[in-house]
Design a protein. Structure first.
Length: 283
């Protein structure tokens, strides 16, 4: 039987083998360190397919209490990221616009009406998503980007990162960034630690993944489900230049958040307040 493949010169084969060997060596030298003792990685298996009416993941009560056009995947340019000692708490400048942020989503029950309100009032916001919620909501993530919003990383399953091992922190952040990149073609450039709980390791690992740390100035308290009036009063009372507002579009019953937004957002706009999204290099 005759081999129809063209003969390859021996020198070429040797040269190819040398290049491949160098590549393998480089990969071994730059690989991530082994997980710390006691660290457990989140399950990496594919989630079940979500269809219309698919059940929304249940969330334990601790998640409700905080403490304080697409490019091809892999083409996003990673900006130099500082390793902070504290997150961005407000925007700089005496006349800087406010920033509106939503955590824990996306949730197909509450995120769409929030996006509708923002579009109606021509306001952009920042959505810090949890990977377990975002994994099967690519359409909502793409809508966020299409309408000018920013997507940030809020971990995969909302753990207290300051009590987790290095391996777990890295996996929580990395899996979420990968889920966002699969949906919209680029990974997040901002992160927010669950519960606003940061330490040196969380800052460092976030920076290694190309993300800057972003917190908040005004807590709407919507995570307590305190009533629409309380949420409105919290936001209106704390409004001001450069203020970062914390709200939630998932993690519980967010109907109060949606109802309150219908009141306080147009009121602040009528009073002359403006809203923006964070831009790397400007904070």
């Amino acid at each position: 039987m005759t081999n129809d493949a063209p003969l390859v010169p021996r020198r070429f084969l040797l040269r190819t083998a040398a290049v491949l060997g160098a590549a393998v060596t480089t990969r071994l030298l730059t690989a991530d360190p082994v997980a710390e003792p006691g660290g457990t990685l989140p399950a990496a298996g594919p989630p079940p397919a979500a269809g219309p009416g698919a059940a929304v993941p249940a969330h334990p009560d601790h998640r409700l209490r905080p403490l304080a056009g697409y490019a091809a995947p892999g083409t996003a340019r990673r900006l130099p990221t500082p390793v902070r000692t504290k997150p961005v708490l407000r925007m700089p400048g005496a006349a800087h616009p406010m920033v509106l942020t939503f955590d824990d989503g996306p949730d197909p029950r509450y995120t769409p009406p929030i996006l509708d309100l923002l579009r109606r009032h021509h306001v952009r916001a920042t959505f810090f998503v949890c990977g377990e919620m975002a994994e099967n909501q690519g359409g909502l993530l793409r809508r966020m980007v299409d309408e000018g919003h920013v997507i940030g990383n809020h971990s995969w399953s909302h753990p207290l990162l300051t009590r987790a091992s290095t391996a777990v922190v890295r996996a929580e952040l990395e899996r979420t960034s990968e889920a966002v990149e699969r949906a919209v073609g680029r990974p997040p450039q901002w992160m927010r630690a669950p519960y606003g709980a940061w330490n040196r390791r969380v800052f460092r690992l976030g920076a290694e993944l190309g993300m800057d740390a972003f917190a908040w100035t005004v807590d709407s308290l919507d995570w307590k489900e305190p009533g629409t009036r309380t949420i409105i009063d919290q936001v209106l009372g704390g409004a001001g230049p450069g203020v970062i507002v914390l709200a939630h579009d998932a993690g519980g019953d967010r109907s109060q958040t949606v109802t309150a937004l219908r009141t306080w957002l147009p009121r602040l706009l009528a009073d002359g307040h403006r809203f923006t999204v964070p831009v790397r290099g400007e904070v």
